[in-house]
Design a protein around this ligand. Structure first.
Ligand code: ADP
Ligand code: MG
Length: 367
């Protein structure tokens, strides 16, 4: 990337000498103005990465550049980076204006200028009129907006947010996701956002870095990540996927035939897998699986027998759980009201369009 705002270069972090790395071989550029999300399960190294950029932790190896300059020797408050944590870390004895104005006071900004900028920041997060409240007099969502305003008030080039919505209930979390998204688009400020919630990452991000075991498994735009996962881990972590184990039978370039452990022989795109005889995982999205209430033999090639075990109505869509082959199981999703369901236990067939199945190496065991 030409002229990134932030560049991680071969960054590694071990918490104790000789111990396992919390972050390993991290090369990551953050473009000016983008919202980049670090997405991954608990313990995958997201917070450690954020803390190194903020300056609260030092890398064990590698360099972090901000606007082209190595920031290793720069104390956190000299980096000019705004940070928002899950626990809002507001000062309970100060009112909202005092909290939001704090970074300006620390920087020696004069009273009049400070008041104007605090008012602007409060308007940005729609908290006008609450300037004199104490944090204890605010709802969780309002407190998080104060934390956001405090991180934005000194107009930092980048704001880091670590699971900022983790303490909020689902409805409020979704509302705040949109607010952060709109704020980001409107202000053009660069953001690095940490979450373990894949739906949140898809909602907010320009790009997503999927972390696992301290490494970035894939870095891509949301749609790309969903449609072209790079490996079995990403395929399983981002969105829902059927992950069916099998063995490669034939391979011809990007196409392969896989004998599933549950019996059927299925074609798949050879996304990231070996050759004949090697184990693999075939990933098919539930919404790509078509289900018909007829015997597979009536459909010709490209359909397999299955048995409907359970249909769960979820308002806008129906989830179908099907027995597949010998001990296999497939999940299918279809819009509610999209045709009749097979009779439970009666004849049924499943099929998916060409190109909807991807073969990956089996996820390497964690060490
Ligand atoms: P995430 O934010 O993705 O949940 P973290 O970056 O917090 O993950 O943690 C990555 C790894 O580093 C984990 O194995 C965690 O236990 C370890 N770790 C995190 N913080 C510390 C710390 N202060 N001291 C020792 N180990 C830590
Ligand atoms: Mg964390």
């Amino acid at each position: 990337m030409a002229d990134p705002l932030v560049r991680f270069q071969g960054v590694r972090k071990t918490w104790r000498a000789g111990g396992p790395a919390a972050v390993e071989a991290l090369d990551l550029d953050i473009a000016r103005g983008e919202l980049l999300t670090l997405l991954g399960p608990s313990g995958s190294g997201k917070t450690t990465t954020l803390m190194m950029l903020a300056g609260f932790e030092a890398p064990s190896a590698g360099r972090i550049l901000l606007e082209g300059r190595d920031i290793a020797r720069l104390a956190p408050h000299r980096r000019g980076i705004g940070v928002v944590f899950q626990s809002y870390a507001l000062f309970p004895h100060m009112d909202v204006a005092g909290n939001v104005g704090f970074p300006l006071s620390v920087r020696g900004v004069g009273r009049a200028d400070r008041d104007a900028r605090v008012a602007r920041a409060l308007a940005m997060v729609r908290l006008e009129g609450l300037a004199e409240r104490r944090p204890s007099e605010l709802s969780g969502g309002q407190q998080q907006r104060v934390a956001l305003a405090r991180a934005l008030v000194f107009e930092p080039p980048i704001v880091l947010l670590d699971e900022p919505l983790g303490a909020l209930d689902k409805a409020l979390r979704e509302e705040m996701q949109l607010e952060i998204r709109h704020l980001h688009r409107r202000l053009g400020v660069t953001m690095m956002y940490v979450t373990h919630d894949q739906a949140e990452a898809l909602t907010l991000s320009d790009r997503i870095a999927v972390f696992e075991g301290g490494r970035v498994r894939q870095l891509a735009a949301p749609r790309m990540l969903y449609e072209r996962p790079a490996d079995a881990f990403v395929a399983g972590f981002v969105g829902e996927n059927n992950l069916l184990r099998g063995t490669i039978q034939e391979r011809d370039g990007d196409e392969c035939l896989v004998r599933l452990d549950c019996g059927p022989l299925v074609p798949a795109q050879a996304a990231d897998c070996g050759g004949p005889g090697e184990g693999c995982v075939v990933a098919v999205r539930p919404e790509r699986v078509a289900v018909a209430g007829v015997a597979a033999s009536d459909l010709g090639g490209g359909a397999w027998p299955a048995t409907l075990q359970e249909a769960i109505f979820l308002g806008d869509h129906v989830r179908l759980r099907l027995a597949f082959g010998d001990g296999g199981e497939v999940l299918a999703k279809r819009p509610a009201g999209a045709g009749a369901l097979p009779d439970p236990g009666g004849p049924a067939a499943i099929a998916w369009p060409e190109g909807a199945a991807f073969a990956f190496r089996e996820a390497a065991p964690r060490v």
